[in-house]
Design a protein around this ligand. Structure first.
Ligand code: RB5
Length: 177
């Protein structure tokens, strides 16, 4: 099909360049984008968190629910999990009654590393050591001010790589078994 090896190589290089121009550059040039979702137990807190993030200049995409009627948290955990893994958003925040169910659901999506936190220390370490890409907490567990502190620590922290990269790679390899 390819008359010369150079044409073959050029085809790959050019398709990579096109992908970078169409998808990667717009992503790199925009600011942080966070996907957020909740169940019926956390609607009010979700709305407060959205306002808090927007005030910080962060773009927020709301994946629901925006109803107070009883709903099933796995649906919302999966939505944000898929948005994070596809790159639609950079990071995710999930809130249910405890943060447990919705994070369990998100963690079933390949590529997700969701953590439930009730205090800022674990939130920070979960980024530095575990490179978490979704933060979850419970509206029935933490108040809004503590939630803000947890979010701030989580967003400010950076993955440290090195030996932690090896361990995160091991976690992700479990998905392939
Ligand atoms: C809903 O009642 C509750 O089960 C849910 O919000 C969450 O806490 C589950 O883990």
């Amino acid at each position: 099909m390819w008359a010369c090896p150079l044409c073959f190589v050029l085809n790959f290089v050019l398709s990579d360049i096109i992908i970078i121009i169409i998808y990667e550059l717009p992503r790199r040039n925009r600011g942080m984008r966070i996907g957020i979702a909740n169940d019926h137990a956390a609607l009010e807190m979700k709305n407060e968190v959205i306002e808090y993030l927007k005030d910080k200049g962060i773009e927020v995409i709301n994946y629901g629910t925006d109803e107070k009627v009883s709903c099933n948290y796995p649906e919302y955990g999966e939505r944000v999990g898929r948005a994070v893994v596809s790159g639609e958003v950079d990071l995710g925040i999930l809130i249910c009654g405890t943060g447990v169910g919705i994070s369990l659901a998100a963690n079933k999506v390949k590529g997700v590393r969701a953590v439930v936190c009730s205090e800022p220390y674990s939130a920070r370490l979960s980024r530095q050591h575990n490179n978490t890409n979704i933060l979850a907490f419970g509206a029935r567990v933490v108040g809004i001010e503590l939630a803000k502190m947890i979010i701030d620590e989580w967003l400010a922290a950076e993955f440290m790589g090195g030996r932690h990269q090896t361990r995160v790679d091991m976690i992700m390899a479990i998905e392939q078994k």
